[in-house]
Design a protein around this ligand. Sequence first.
Ligand SMILES: *[C@@H]1O[C@H](CO)[C@@H](O)[C@H](O)[C@H]1NC(C)=O
Ligand SMILES: *[C@@H]1O[C@H](CO)[C@@H](O)[C@H](O)[C@H]1NC(C)=O
Ligand SMILES: *[C@@H]1O[C@H](CO)[C@@H](O)[C@H](O)[C@H]1NC(C)=O
Ligand SMILES: *[C@@H]1O[C@H](CO)[C@@H](O)[C@H](O)[C@H]1NC(C)=O
Length: 286
Amino acid sequence: MHSDGIQISNLTFLNSPSWHIHPVYSSNIVIQGLTILAPVTVPITDGINPDSCTNTRIEDCYIVSGDDCIAVKSGWDQYGINYGMPTKQLLIRRLTCITPDSAVIALGSEMSGGIEDVRAEDIVAINSESGIRIKTAIGRGGYVKDVYVRGMTMQTMKYVFWMTGSYGSHPDEHYDPNALPVIQNINYQDMVAENVTMPAQLAGITGDQFTGICISNVTITLSKKPKKVLWNCTDVSGYTSGVTPEPCQLLPEKQPGTVVPCNFPESSIPIDEVKLQRCYSRRRLM
Ligand SMILES: *[C@@H]1O[C@H](CO)[C@@H](O)[C@H](O)[C@H]1NC(C)=O
Ligand SMILES: *[C@@H]1O[C@H](CO)[C@@H](O)[C@H](O)[C@H]1NC(C)=O
Ligand SMILES: *[C@@H]1O[C@H](CO)[C@@H](O)[C@H](O)[C@H]1NC(C)=O
Ligand SMILES: *[C@@H]1O[C@H](CO)[C@@H](O)[C@H](O)[C@H]1NC(C)=O
């Protein structure tokens, strides 16, 4: 907590009873080359949870867990709103994840301090419940915006895309029922998923649409027993381009016949310039 300039690299973390790596209120963090293993039957064993952190890079990690491989957070309901510290400038690359009952990358559900500028690329998911999942609810307030994901390969998934606007758990009775979350500018592109039960379950909040959703160049192959409804969209808006199977009407095809890419920022974020330091062990001094 409250730390600046952290490197966690080349380590294996095994069977934490709760979240494995949890930086909070911190900045300038590099997490690289970790193996995180927890039984897939045990929940709450999230891999890495950047929580109200700025300028974080997570790369070359292999995570097997009973909960989200990476879960991005920033405080819960009125507590997160009052503290007001977002997670921003987060870079995730070269992640391999197995999580049969959870998300490869989850945004929320504690997102009340805000989550912005998340960039993820080169992700491999195997036997996971969902690819990217946004979890929020009335009372959360805050926002999830400017999310960019590209280059994801998925094998055996329940959902590829999942957004939940009714993630109903609250810390206590004192949350503000008028605190509506803002979900906007969410970009997913260049993905292939095989053996998928349901391509997308996208549920915004009535009276508080999730907007600016872009999904481009995504090929999804269904499992032997897929859901009848392949794309279930409510209270969301945006567009798709070059996506199969055919998306829902709330995300119409942008320009039939051409694949229009989604946005992905060209400029880098500061943590991408930071070089890894070699960590030494004192053992060699003996
Ligand atoms: C579509 O995505 C694949 C990766 O899934 C990539 O190899 C290809 O270049 C992308 N096509 C376009 C037009 O961007
Ligand atoms: C496809 O997914 C089902 C679960 O939906 C799983 O039982 C099966 O082994 C998977 N098949 C392949 C080829 O991965
Ligand atoms: C579609 O989404 C709505 C809103 O979340 C939900 O009530 C409904 O059960 C879903 N239908 C299917 C077929 O998944
Ligand atoms: C991690 O381990 C690899 C292989 O042993 C080594 O080449 C690399 O320098 C290590 N990285 C750090 C940051 O210590």
